[in-house]
Write a protein of this length. Structure first.
Length: 135
């Protein structure tokens, strides 16, 4: 029936809870987006941090801790899992969900921590976002 034609890894049109791992450059796989397609993101729960041993920063309300390093990033991944950040998801999505619109076809969209030190192993925590993919 309808709705079963989506390729593996693609989100349904209904909101999906997505866990984004701090310790991976590909924190969460979102699949492909076509030009003009939308993705609505809203923070659900969870804490993380890009250094130290305690995951205690909320990416939706960092209060400036760590600069931009603990913000959530939308990124494009290549076949090897190397990512290029497209944009940072704004803070405050709990109250005002953020909608991303693809300005071109994106083969492999991922979510990740905006950590730029190249050392994913020293990151801790998992954050969850509710994500709705438009048609």
């Amino acid at each position: 029936g309808e709705g079963n034609s989506a390729a593996p890894g693609l989100l349904a049109v209904e909101p999906a809870e997505v866990a984004v791992k701090a310790d991976s450059e590909v924190g969460a796989e979102l699949g492909a987006l076509t030009k003009g397609q939308t993705l609505k993101l809203q923070y659900s729960n969870g804490l993380w941090k890009g250094w130290g041993n305690r995951a205690d920063i909320n990416p939706d309300n960092t209060t400036g801790r760590g600069g931009l390093r603990c913000r959530l990033a939308l990124a494009e991944a290549d076949a090897e899992g190397r990512t290029t950040v497209l944009m940072l998801v704004p803070e405050g999505t709990t109250e005002r969900p953020f909608t991303f619109t693809a300005d071109r076809d994106i083969a492999r969209l991922v979510l990740r921590m905006n950590d730029d030190d190249g050392n994913w192993g020293d990151n801790h925590g998992v954050v969850h976002y509710s994500i709705t993919k438009g048609r």
